[in-house]
Design a protein around this ligand. Structure first.
Ligand code: ADP
Length: 191
């Protein structure tokens, strides 16, 4: 089973590359950001709870996103593999994910880290905000907060996966297709 984590700061291109990877390798895409936005749009209790945090650019509580992922794993029992996008985002989430996957006997093959410089991220996100209308992308202060949250709580996961021999870095600036080719190279080496 091909289980991948796509990792990187907000605006690194995780969603863009994940879409290409799922098409090529037939994986199920689990993006906690997308799932939370859908729940918010539907106005579910889960969506309303997450909104309180996401609209301010801070991470939603671990137990909430862990529950979402556990449900999705059980809903997709016949999947060829999963790509986790925007999850895990804290050490507690990474430990919970490992536990869930070990229980199901489907461990992570590789963590693909997209590397993009901080100054590029701000510009990319503000542009995406204009194009998509995403509220948390439009406000420079909220964008800054998300990048700070990433640096503080999420970037330590690089070490977590490096220690397990699963982290692979790919430079995330340049042509989308070139970056995709590099990612495919890494995936095929691990598979
Ligand atoms: P980006 O990577 O561009 O910041 P996402 O779409 O992945 O955007 O996430 C949007 C928001 O949803 C985050 O700022 C955060 O509040 C919340 N979120 C998404 N995934 C998680 C997660 N795994 N843990 C905690 N909060 C999350």
């Amino acid at each position: 089973m091909l289980n991948l984590v796509i990792f990187g700061p907000p605006g690194a291109g995780k969603g863009t590359q994940a879409a290409k990877i799922i098409e090529k390798y037939n994986l199920v895409h689990l993006s906690t950001g997308d799932i939370l936005r859908i729940e918010k749009a539907k106005g579910t209790p889960l969506g309303m709870e997450a909104k309180e945090y996401a609209d301010k650019g801070i991470l939603v509580p671990d137990d909430l996103v862990i529950r979402i992922i556990a449900n999705k794993l059980d809903e997709n029992k016949n999947a060829v593999g999963f790509i986790f996008d925007g999850f895990p985002r804290t050490i507690a989430q990474a430990e919970a994910l490992d536990k869930m996957l070990i229980e199901r006997n489907i461990p992570i093959k590789a963590m693909l880290a997209l590397e993009v410089d901080d100054d590029k991220l701000q510009k990319r996100i503000l542009l995406r905000g204009k194009e998509s209308g995403r509220a948390d992308d439009a406000n420079p202060e909220i964008v800054r907060k998300r990048i700070d949250e990433y640096n503080l709580k999420t970037s330590p996961l690089k070490k977590y996966y490096t220690e397990k021999g699963k982290a692979h870095s790919v430079y995330g600036i340049g042509e989308i297709d070139e970056i995709f080719k590099e990612l495919c190279g890494v995936i095929e080496q691990c598979n």
